[in-house]
Design a protein. Structure first.
Length: 422
């Protein structure tokens, strides 16, 4: 698999050189004990830690990166993710950070343009596509405020095990190279596609499909737009998401072989614009008049896979658990959804309200149930079928997203449970 700039998923990425150190609470810099250790502090990890802390769980989340920092991302939050941010009390802060409310989406196929307003449903009437260095920091601060302990600049190298073989912690090194050992009843891997935790526990891949797609993007200013745009032609998909600072995140999804011109050693900005022009000449004309504000970034040969998400003392969430082609832009929404279900499950187990084996098996089954249709649709779209079939799959995707949002809107508030209740 070729990766450009950064590994896909990026739940706990960052070079040692950029690692900072951040600690909250009274905690030894080398060894400590907790109910839960979450490895990875971006969308999946920060959300899981926040929701566990809100239940009264002693949770620490660790990451090798410092924050705020950027990571590769599809930017778009589907309605379900916006619903959860609203329920969690975070949506207003995301909007206040400068991420615009998106109230219109348009689909462009040849000369045909279909415009739709974002209808009010599941308690929200807009979408949002924030920059990750802003969104992830908001989530991590929310986790801190809920009572989670946060450590950054910590690189995990392995898990630890009890005499029974159960995973009971992690070991690694801090920003200055000092050894770090954290013990817990549960270790949660929220550390991306190439999860160190998934490898350490040998989490099986339970379903794997083709790795056919490539996605690249940049940011532009001075571009006239009203909302999200999708431009479709044979073998390619171009889009625009309004994001922070009045800019647009402009992206292109193609089969891997069509993105060859974006490999290293070329003028990638020019190659990107040429590829956009092949797919949508009209959009390329608008793009040519805009001002590009960042280099082209992207990833190629994106896998479509599911891992077994639970085991003895461990669990996976976000891209560590389930990764799919970026063409459906659903990764952060998956992360939020599964983070909430996992946090509720672990909280109930720790409180003694449910049997661990049964509860974790239910989390696994629910994860599979929630992603099943989305996974099949994503895999089909990532084969870049003819526009008519592509449009039909998009309609199926929309129906799945709306049903997902309604189910998430119906969840009760997170509260202290069982032994954690006052």
């Amino acid at each position: 698999m070729e990766q450009i700039d950064q590994q896909p998923g990026g739940e706990a990425r960052g070079s040692a050189g950029e690692a900072g150190h951040r600690m909250v609470g009274d905690m030894s810099p080398t060894t400590s004990h907790h109910d839960v250790v979450v490895v990875g502090s971006r969308c999946a990890g920060a959300s899981t830690a926040m929701l566990l802390a809100q239940q009264g769980v002693d949770v620490v989340t660790i990451d090798r990166s410092r924050f705020p920092s950027d990571t590769l991302s599809t930017h778009s939050l589907a309605r379900g993710a916006v619903v959860q941010l609203h329920r969690w009390g975070i949506l207003d802060e995301v909007l206040a950070s400068g991420a615009p409310a998106i109230r219109e989406v348009s689909f462009h196929i040849g000369d045909t343009v279909i415009r739709k307003d974002i209808k009010a449903a599941a308690g929200v009437d807009h979408l949002v596509a924030p920059r990750r260095h802003i969104l992830d920091d908001i989530l991590l601060r929310a986790a801190e405020q809920a009572g989670a302990r946060v450590r950054t600049g910590v690189t995990v190298t392995d898990v630890t095990r009890a005499a029974t073989g159960r995973v009971d912690g992690v070991v690694g090194r801090g920003a200055d190279g000092e050894p770090v050992e954290l013990h817990a009843r549960f270790v949660v891997g929220a550390d991306g596609l190439r999860s160190r935790i998934a490898r350490a526990v040998d989490a099986p891949v339970t379903d794997q499909r083709h790795a056919n797609g490539a996605c690249h993007y940049t940011y532009v200013a001075d571009l006239d737009f009203q909302g999200t745009e999708f431009h479709l032609s044979d073998g390619g998909f171009v889009g625009l998401f309004p994001t922070h600072c009045g800019e647009a995140n402009v992206w292109v999804s193609t089969p891997v072989d069509r993105a060859e011109g974006l490999r290293g050693g070329v003028d990638r900005n020019r190659a990107f614009r040429d590829l956009v022009a092949e797919i949508s000449p009209a959009f390329a004309d608008r793009l040519a008049a805009a001002r590009q504000t960042a280099p082209v970034r992207g990833f190629s040969a994106m896998p479509n896979l599911l891992r077994q998400p639970v085991g003895d003392g461990w669990a996976l969430v976000g891209d560590a658990s389930y990764f799919r082609d970026a063409i459906t832009g659903h990764g952060m929404t998956d992360a939020f959804r599964d983070a909430e279900h996992l946090a509720r499950t672990i909280g109930a187990v720790l409180a003694g309200d449910v049997d661990e084996a049964d509860a974790m098996a239910r989390y696994h089954a629910r994860r599979d149930e929630m992603v099943s249709d989305l996974f099949e649709i994503t895999c089909a779209l990532a084969l870049f079928p003819a526009p008519d079939r592509f449009s039909e799959l998009q309609k199926q995707l929309s129906r799945c997203i709306e049903a997902e949002a309604e189910s998430l809107a119906a969840l009760p508030p997170i509260r202290p449970v069982g032994a954690f209740a006052a």
